[in-house]
Structures are given as C-alpha cells and as structure tokens.
Design a binder for this molecule. Structure first.
Ligand SMILES: Nc1ncnc2c1ncn2[C@@H]1O[C@H](COP(=O)(O)OP(=O)(O)OP(=O)(O)O)[C@@H](O)[C@H]1O
Length: 716
C-alpha cells in the first residue's frame, strides 16, 4: 500500500501553474508582463513632457532587476495565516490536525483500523513538541523527505476521491512553521512492514527552493533494523517511538505479549505554540473527531501530562470511497483547454469518454456534432475557438448526473451513537440526505441533533475552572465564558456574571479565589437552557471545522433556518437558544473550502439547498418530540389539579349523600379512574424510539433516525 500510494504522490507545481493559482510560475509570467507594461509606460511617459524623467524613481530596467520567482514555500511562510498558523494557539491545533487527518486517511486507504497517539510536551515557555504516531501503512523511504519537506506534494490533489486531505500542503506546512519558529528539524520515523527496516529522517525545508534538506545520516537519513536490534538502536540514538512495542489486545480482551510495530509513521514537530483548552482547542478537535469517526482509537497525552483515551465503538471501517473521473459539467474552459493538450488520446471521442465520467460514445458524438468538430479530430490540434465550441456543446448536451456511490456518509445510526456518546441530552435525531451534485462534484449532507442535557459550563469542576481561567487569553470574563464553554451565548454569560457579582470587563486571569468560587457557583445555579445558544459542530469529510464559523455555509444555513417553527426560541438571523446541539457533515470528493486552511465551506446554491433540507428534517423531528413532551407535561399538570380537589369533592358528596367511609373511598377511587382516563396522555412514556407517542406521530419517528433517552423527573 505504501508503494501504491507512493506512485500517486507527486509534486503539484505543474497543476498550480496551469491554473495560474500559485505564484511561483505566475510570477514569471507577471514578471514579463510587468516588464513589458513598464516599457510601454515609459513610451507613454515621453508623450507627457510635463513629467520630467529625472523625477522617476524607477524605470523598467531597474524594476526588472528586482523581479524574481517566488517559491510556494516563501509565499506561504509569509502568508502562514492562509494555512491556519495565524497565532500560536491555532498553530498547535493545525499541526495536530494535519497529522491526525493524514494518519486517518492513510489507515483507511490501507484498510487498517486506525490507532493514533497524540503527545504534546512543553519544551520551553512558549514551545511545544508535538508527536503523532499511527499504525498506518507507513511511507516508502524516498517519499518521506518530499512529503514532509516540500509544499504542494501529495497523493490526493489530482484525484476525485473522498478523503480528509486534498491539497498536499498540510503536514509540510506544519513542519515549515516548526522550523521557522524554533529552528528544530522535523523528525519522522516510518516503517512499511513487519520485516522491513524503519527509516528515520530529520528534515528542514529550504523555503527558497521549496525543497527538503535531510540533516541526519550525512544527508541520507538512517535505517533502523527490525526486532530487538532496532529497539536498541532507537534507545541508543534517543529516537522516540514509544509504541515500538505495541500491547495488542487478544480476542478475549486480554493483552497479548507486546509486539513490534508492524507498520506506521511517527512525526515530531517542535513549534512555537500555546496550549489552551476549550473552544478551538486540540482537546475539542480530538473529541469531535471521535464523534464522527467511531472506528478510531486515540491515545492523547496533553501538555499537562493528562491522558485521555478515546476507544473505538466499532471495528468496522467506513466503506472504501471510490475514485471518480471529473464530470463534464464541472470543468471550466481553461481546464478543458489544458486537458486537451495534456493527454495521450488520438481522437476527441476517446478523450471525452476516457477523461470524464458519464460520457458514452453516443454522448461524445452528440457533443462533437453540436460543437461542429469531427469526432476523430486529434485533441492536441483543437484550437482556442474549437475548444470554446466544445465547452458550450458540453453545457448544452444532456449528460447524466455523476455517480454518487463514491461517497461514504457516516450514516444515521452512527451519528446518533457518536452524538449520544459525547453530547449529553434526552433526544437525538439524524438525517442523511440523498447525494447531490455541485459543479459536477457529488456531495452528501448529514445532520444530527441533540436536545436537552446540561451545558459543559455546568459540569466543570472548580479546579478545572481555575486552570481554564489561568490559561485563557480572553480579555473579559464574558468573552472567556462564551469562548470556553459550548452553548454559552452572550445572554447566558451575562446571567452568570450578574449572579456571581463579578465585573463584566474583569480579566479572567485577575479573579481571586473567592471570586472564582462565586463564578463557579453561579455557573452551576443559573438556568442556562434559555440563555444557551445552539452548539453547531461542523464537519467536512469527517474532519471537525473549528474556525471561521460565520463564513461557513453550514453556519449560515443553521442561522437561516426558522427554528421557531420547531419549538425553539430564536432572534432574527441568529442562532437559536436552548439546550440543543447540531452536527452537520458534508461528504464530498472535493469539499469547496473558502481558503487553504480548510476552515469553512463555500456556499454553492446546491450545497445551501441540501443543508436547508437536512436541517429542516431534524427540526421537524425535534418539533414532534417537543410537542409530545409538552402534551405529557400539560396532562400531568391537569391531573395534579384534579387530584388536588378529588378528595374534597368525594368528602362533600359523601356528606350530602350521607355515605359511609367505605362508600366514600369507593367514590374517590371511581373519580380517580375518571381523572386518569381524562389525562391518559400524562402516563405516556416515550420509549427509546419514541414509539409510544400518539399513533400518527409515532409513524413519523423512523427507527434509525431517532434516539430518546428517558430522563429522571419527566414522563419520557
Ligand atoms: N501518516 C502518513 N501515512 C502515510 N502517508 C502519509 C502520511 N502523512 C502524509 N502522507 C502522504 O503525504 C501526502 C501529503 O500530505 P499533506 O498533509 O501534505 O497533504 P494532503 O493530506 O494530501 O492534503 P492537505 O494539504 O489538504 O492536508 C498525502 O497525500 C499522503 O499521500
């Protein structure tokens, strides 16, 4: 497998220059253009004698001396915010995320149930050593330097297949950030099979050339033998590979004797960073990853040495996603022209049927006929105008929508399981929409909803609150509460602050012990369910998206949904309030992110529509549950009113009718039966599937889509 994926890993320079998206090649073109432009300006200048040549600060020649190629790594080193390295806190998260996403992709592609180790260790005040290890297929020796020491090098960019990574920039950018901020090399150890040698490299990226520099083993890296000899070598050279001997669990759940790692990769990056818990943290990313990836086991040691183990709840890997060819409707003219030049087919028909999905010989000849091009024409001889005609003909030809069996959604049962595992609540529902297509790319939207349960602010211990306050970089208590705890909106934060009697503008780090205790008590006592805002968890190909919330099509769709119709409170254009969490997953062969840092999804109309429909589906189920629950509550209240007066009524009637005690008890029992019948719905219990709700509503609760957890003190 390592070999197979090595064949697919390649540099993306060519593609980048073709699309003109990246600066290195474009700079050359612009360079010429600028030089020409300046020369023309110079000529124009002569026609305006009022502008004295002596006043000119530069001319085309002097400017030309400064114009040079910019390497892609130089560009991203300067624009590191585009890749998610805009502050030390985010840099830590992005580094972990890039490595974990790669490990998950590699394991799944190789058919291995993933086990991942994430270790964060502080080295100096603002520096951390981050190590991520997997039990994946490993990476072949010659590919390691390119993968970790060259930007835009990978196996996923050129194919249309659902995966977490797609650009070929993530892990090398993390390594580059580490080298730039600490000067420490990136360390990689990888092994491709049980009897294979492992390879160990220490690398840094030469940003000027976008090229890896190997600095250990005289520029060659070092090989590590397998077996006991290799273990001794690791210990002697101080190379970390802590799970070199893995403790495997036998079928009986007993640990077998430790065994040598069969295959896998460990990357260690030292970087300038900040470790903070709460929103947007590594902790949150790993927790949310566990929700959407129930087949993964993660062992996490945080910067304070605390260990958390997310154990897999299934050993079934997600179905293997299929790779597809691009659909003709999704290809722009410029790309079509490049494809016409860059292929080895001898006729246009062959080119169309082999390069695109859903183009049969008949469809190809229809396209050629409409474009007035011979179906036997050579693709490389198609000129600009003919290419334009071909492009128009494609748009005007009826071509079936792309196949959608290339998508692997999480599925409703696993969404319910994942949400229930991590988000406390009383009602859960899910909806997986049928696949749809944007710009020729198949995609699928899934939505999960959890209702009820307490906010994380109400579960936090006093010790943890003290640590959070000390670590926080928020400027005010209000900001701290909103940023650290899920679902605490502005209203909730204001209520807590008022109850605790601390100043709104007070800095979190400056609270004394008494004030912290008051804040803690207020967080427990205040009824947050009304001031709590909906928690929105966004996912793209099973990866949690934690930043750029407002720029994301998912958040916009959640805010654009009328949640009032489903029984929640919502101010116009805002997030609804109440103890409710929503998770939204977009699965696609190509997720349209708004930037290279992959934080937000772009709002294509087809995507917006599917999001809307998915959110409405879970909204309707929530409404039915809330209606049923309210009915139970109302009937319960009605019955308690009856009960309050029944004894008195029975007593009064007995007095009028002169009934003895026995008759009076009989009368009371009969009245009680009538009251129970009249308020029968108060006895209604909703089982885990909502089955006992009045008949017509029960039908609407599809078994796989709803989970109801009976709560103490309610009828459900
Ligand atoms: N742990 C790993 N095991 C096996 N192969 C890996 C591992 N990490 C990275 N790779 C390979 O290295 C390539 C480059 O990884 P990189 O993170 O730079 O980009 P990507 O995952 O392709 O895309 P993105 O930039 O969107 O994350 C991957 O495409 C994959 O082929």
């Amino acid at each position: 497998m390592a070999k197979a994926s090595a064949t697919a890993q390649k540099s993306l320079d060519f593609e980048a220059s073709e699309s003109g998206d990246f600066v290195n090649k474009r700079a050359g073109k612009n360079g010429e253009a600028a030089a020409n432009g300046s020369a023309e300006n110079g000529a124009a200048h002569d026609e305006h004698p009022t502008e004295s040549p002596s006043k000119r600060r530069s001319n085309a020649e002097t400017m030309a001396t400064k114009q040079k190629e910019i390497s892609v790594s130089e560009f991203f080193a300067k624009n590191r915010h585009l890749l998610g390295f805009d502050n030390p806190r985010k840099a830590l998260l992005t580094t972990v995320k890039e490595a974990v996403d790669n490990s998950l992709d590699a394991c799944e592609e190789a058919g291995i149930v993933p086990e991942i180790w994430v270790i964060i260790e502080p080295t100096t005040n603002s520096r951390y050593k981050v190590s991520i290890q997997d039990n994946g297929p490993g990476i072949v020796k010659k590919q390691i330097p390119l993968i970790f020491g060259k930007l835009l090098y990978g196996s996923k960019f050129h194919r249309l297949r659902m995966s977490r990574g797609q650009q070929g920039i993530g892990i090398s950018a993390a390594g580059m950030y580490g080298v730039l901020t600490t000067g420490k090399p990136v360390k990689i150890i990888s092994k491709t099979g049980p009897k294979q040698k492992a390879h160990y490299f220490e690398l840094q990226i030469d940003t000027k050339r976008n090229h890896p520099e190997i600095i250990n083993g005289k520029g060659e890296g070092v090989d590590i033998a397998h077996g006991e000899e290799g273990h001794e070598q690791l210990v002697k050279q101080g190379i970390d590979w802590e799970a070199y001997y893995l403790a495997e669990e036998g079928p009986d759940g007993q640990k077998k004797p430790q065994q040598e790692v069969k295959s896998g990769t460990r990357v260690t990056i030292e970087l300038e960073a900040k470790y903070v818990r709460g929103r947007g943290s590594v902790d949150e990313y790993l927790e949310q990853t566990a929700i959407a990836n129930p087949h993964v086991t993660i062992h996490y040691k945080d910067a304070e040495g605390q260990e958390t183990h997310y154990k897999r709840s299934t050993t079934d890997l997600p179905a293997e996603p299929k790779e597809i060819k691009p659909h003709p409707y999704g290809v722009e003219l410029g790309r079509l022209m490049t494809m016409l030049q860059d292929n080895s087919f001898s006729t246009i028909t062959q080119f169309l049927t082999e390069s695109f999905s859903r183009v049969s010989n008949a469809v190809a000849s229809n396209i050629c006929e409409t474009a007035k091009i011979s179906s036997r024409a050579h693709p490389k001889r198609i000129g600009r105008q003919e290419a334009d005609a071909l492009f128009q003909a494609i748009q005007n030809t009826k071509i079936s929508a792309p196949a959608t069996d290339c998508l692997c959604p999480i599925g409703e049962p696993l969404i319910l399981k994942g949400l229930h595992h991590v988000v406390p609540g009383e009602f859960y529902c899910a909806d997986t929409r049928p696949p749809a297509v944007y710009r020729g790319n198949p995609f699928q939207i899934e939505v999960g909803l959890a209702y009820g349960g307490v906010s994380s602010a109400q579960k936090v211990s006093l010790d943890a609150l003290q640590t959070f306050l000390a670590e926080s970089d928020a400027r005010t208590i209000r900001q701290f509460l909103m940023n650290t705890f899920d679902g605490v909106g502005g209203d909730g934060a204001d209520k807590i602050i008022a109850e605790a009697g601390v100043g709104t503008r007070q800095s979190p780090g400056k609270l004394d012990k008494k004030e912290i205790a008051k804040l803690h008590a207020a967080m427990r006592n205040v009824n947050l369910s009304e001031g709590q805002t909906m928690q929105v968890m966004r996912y793209a190909n099973r990866v949690p998206l934690q930043f750029s919330m407002s720029a994301c099509a998912i958040t916009q769709a959640v805010m654009g949904t009328n949640w009032r119709a489903y029984g929640l409170t919502q101010s116009r254009g805002g997030l609804p309030t109440g103890p409710v969490s929503v998770m939204v997953h977009m699965a696609s062969v190509w997720v349209p992110f708004t930037s290279e840092s992959k934080e937000a999804i772009a709002g294509y109309p087809e995507i917006q529509k599917e999001l809307r429909l998915g959110l409405q589906a879970v909204g309707r189920r929530l409404q039915m549950y809330l209606n049923a629950r309210n009915k139970v509550k109302q009937e319960g209240e009605r019955r308690s009113v009856f009960l309050r007066y029944l004894k008195e009524v029975a007593g009064a009637v007995s007095e009028i009718q002169d009934l003895n005690e026995k008759k009076q008890t009989e009368l009371y029992d009969r009245l009680l039966n009538v009251a129970k019948k009249k308020t029968a719905e108060a006895d209604m219990k909703l089982d885990s599937r909502g089955k006992k709700i009045v008949a017509e509503e029960a039908e609407a609760f599809d078994d796989d889509k709803v989970l109801i957890v009976p709560q103490d003190g309610t009828s459900a």
